[in-house]
Design a protein around this ligand. Sequence first.
Ligand code: ADP
Length: 679
Amino acid sequence: MGGGLGAGALPDVRMGPRAYVGLAGAVCFAVVVAASALVTHRDDFVGFGFGDLWPAGGLPIVWLMLRGARVPSIDTVLLGAAALAANLIAGADTDLAAVFAVANTVQCWVAVLLLRRWCGELWGFGGERAISRPRDVARLGAALCLATAVGTTLGSAAAAYLPGADVALEPVASGLWFGRNLASALMVVALAVLLGHRLASAPPRPSLRGADARPAELVVAILFTIATYGLAFRFDELPLAFPLLAATVWFGARFSTLLSAAHSFVVGIATALLTLGGLGPFADVADTDLGFMIAQFYVATIAVTGLAIATGRDERQALADDLRQAQEDAVYEASMRAAVIGSMVEGVLVVDEAGELLVRNAAAGRILGLGDELGSDVQFSLSSWTLDGVQLTDDERATTRALRGETVEGELVVVRVADVGERVLTISAVPLPRDEAHHRARALLLLRDTTTEHTHREELAAFAGVVAHDLRNPLAAIDGWTEMIADELDTGRLDTDLAREFVSRVRSSSRRMRELIRDLLAHATSGSRALAVSRVDVTAIVHEVASARHVGGLVSAEPVPAVHADPVLVRQVLDNLIGNAVKYVAPGEEPEIAVRGRRVDARLVAVEVVDHGIGVPAADRERIFDEFHRAHHREYEGSGLGLSIVRRIVTRHGGTIAALPNPAGQGSVFRFTLPAYDA
Ligand code: ADP
């Protein structure tokens, strides 16, 4: 039995009856049923049917159960034959034995069919579950009661019409049939289902003893059972049957359902055998058969009591386990949710109609500049403005709209944050399911700080505007000059000198455009190019730049401590600064440039490019580093991008740059810092 059985993976699923033993098993059952009549045969027995066969009432049901048998089958034939043999052995004459055999067979089949119908979730009757709920016990008891009642009625009625069977009319005889079969069926079937389920389920199996009970308690409970039964059956002149129930209650309440059923089985057999042997409180009744009948009802009672208590406890335990599991799941889910929400870069807020803040994450506090003040008891209300500076009314706010049921997607608003100033936020708001307990609407708010993106976008737009403007100017000039050339050509008297002059203007405009485009490219790459730092000899680069610009004689350089920087970018810095120093001199004056450098602290080297040119007006000293800002735009050509490129490169290296007046009087000093190589 049990070989190759799947574990009860899906409880409560009916799969129809299954065969657990083969035909050989059926034959064995038939032999055991017939043979047990021999063993328990009693000559002075006055009842009918199966003699005192024990536990014949349950055994054939287990047989049909394990075989997964159908009504028209070899099992029915074998069962009928075994029942006939048993009744003949028990001493009934042929007619009576045949009638009883039919009644016994019908009784077994009614029981099996009812059990398959009512207890189809249980192992052996189509399901995979053990007897584990009081409802199972009630259904099992009802099915067996009904089947036994059918068998008893059939047997009694048929026997009444057979000649020489007047004994069958006695109510005690019918009661005996009913009691014996019911008690046996309750004990044997329950034990078989529990045992079968345990053997069929995959390890690890739950403790046979029971989860709470220790081995010592089991020993004490067994001793207690022996002691109470010993006392009750030894001193049979005293009505000491009632303490016997205590042992059943003990086993039902403390040990596993299987162990409790086994206990009921053992004490049931013991009770029957002792009563049959004329011992104990039940044998003491004047009429032996009446006493035996009472003993059978006692056995049925302890079987049901034990099962009811054990399954009641099992059900309670299962509910408690479910509850604990649900609580653990809830705690896990809550911690998971908190971790996810907490680690989000976006601010998350859940607000209800009353302004109560139900959920918030750290990012929300950070974005709104409220830090820990944003507790859950804070009344939430966020004043906000449009990008044009118009304050949003209550009705226009994303929160209010989401609370009304509207979904707001990525709206840009300005909020005022203490100590920071204005922040541009991208807000999305989604209506959430209503809080039915408090009858309030709820909304989820997602906040993203897009201040930097917004500033960049604005800068980019301004940048594009300037670029467009600066490119348009030389383009317009080229247009103008070429048009004039065309006009001159049309008249057919183009003066060569004039033409040369026009062409040179066109070329100068196109050069300006080319330079602007070059600077724009340099500006774009100075920020995005990955830094490839190494040891850089600043003095060497100064000489290189000067000779490339053919101003070697005008530039002097003192040795500068080596810096740790990107040599290509350092060259770009020096090229811009030396280029400016050469360019920004008064007309007719010769530029004179000196480069020097020294270590300023543990980390940095300061480099100074000193000139004696026209100098930077004090008001422009900061702003010349901004894109397109020019202090001398009329007199000198340029894009206004050089110094902004220089500042970007220096800042990317962790340094700073400043334009200072030359302390010698005329000109300026451009002073920048870079990381020292040996720092
Ligand atoms: P550009 O030289 O193309 O105009 P820059 O960004 O290099 O652009 O310089 C910005 C402005 O700073 C220049 O227009 C000029 O007015 C001023 N400037 C830069 N370098 C010097 C310098 N060495 N002496 C005087 N003014 C300078």
